[in-house]
Design a protein. Structure first.
Length: 301
């Protein structure tokens, strides 16, 4: 299945999982997915492949990955019994915390760069466990069990500031490193993803797609499923929903116009599809965004 996860700002100020461990395919099966906010993934153990923006990147222990809002991505790990997948995941809505960066212009610029700019690559490599933010992860993990609801925003804000302060230093030091993508082997799914990127707003015609990629329809579908864990139709639906959320967030276009822009000609069907994925209609989602924007007014709002 392919999906987009919407972060409920009324319930979750910060999704955090420290050293989550999976030991087999029954415990971890990656799918194409996207998030409303920023996701930071730190891999402590394991190796595999990340697919993002129609490109693939080898990932392993010591890799930090950044997934920007609404970026469809897929992490496919080589799940062996003797090689567990151990990772820390940090996921939050950046607008909740921007006001806390106001007194530090350089840090604010870096924070905005990470979630709004086109990054040269999504990964940093060869990070050591003693790097400063690992101590921050451990400290937050210890505090969470005793943290009261009224103290969450203060503690999480301090954590985000400290994390990005440490992250900024590591990012700047690593800016000259060679990405494995410069010497990597082209992933089998990349040609398919590139084709879909140019055609996802059109009706999906598997025969046409297979002919242009010089594959049989069966082999095309099987190859994509094997490489990504997702069917082609599920991926196209998720890509359309991703674009719809972007347009609802960044424009005032009418819902019917947004439906047409992503290739869904029936507005009622688009609203039904959107609600199936996110639990709310496009109108309700846009209204929620307007209500949530009040959170960013300041630390004491």
């Amino acid at each position: 299945m392919t999906y987009i996860q919407s972060l409920d700002l009324n319930r979750s100020l910060l999704d955090f999982a420290y050293k989550r461990k999976s030991t087999g395919k029954d415990q971890y099966q990656g799918t194409f997915h996207a998030h409303q906010g920023i996701e930071i993934l730190v891999i402590h153990e394991g190796k595999g492949t990340l697919i993002l923006n129609q490109k693939s990147y080898e990932v392993a222990s010591g890799t930090l990955c950044v997934f920007q809002p609404y970026q469809l991505h897929h992490v496919q790990m080589d799940m062996q019994p003797q090689t567990p997948f151990v990772r820390t995941v940090l996921h939050f809505e950046p607008s909740l915390y921007e006001a806390y960066f106001n007194k530090w212009p350089s840090l604010m610029a870096f924070f905005k760069h990470i979630h709004t700019s086109k990054l040269p690559q999504p990964c940093l490599y060869n990070l050591d466990e003693p790097d400063q933010f690992h101590a921050l992860f451990q400290s937050l993990e210890r505090k969470r069990s005793t943290l009261s609801k009224k103290d969450e925003l203060e503690e999480y804000s301090l954590f985000i500031l400290q994390f990005f302060h440490a992250f900024k230093s590591i990012w700047e030091q690593s800016s000259g490193q060679i990405s494995p993508s410069s010497t990597r082997k082209v992933h089998q799914a990349e040609r398919i993803l590139v084709w879909l990127e140019g055609h996802y707003t059109e009706p999906l015609r598997l025969k046409q797609m297979a002919a242009e990629l010089h594959l049989s329809p069966y082999h095309l579908s099987h190859l994509f499923k094997e490489c990504t864990g997702s069917s082609i139709s599920d991926y196209v639906t998720a890509r359309r929903m991703q674009q719809a959320m972007k347009l609802l967030t960044s424009t005032d276009q009418a819902v019917a116009r947004i439906a047409e822009a992503i290739g869904v000609t029936n507005c009622s069907y688009f609203c039904k599809l959107f609600k199936t994925h996110f639990g709310v209609t496009p109108h309700q989602y846009r209204k929620q965004l307007l209500n949530w924007s009040g959170v960013t007014a300041g630390p004491h709002s």
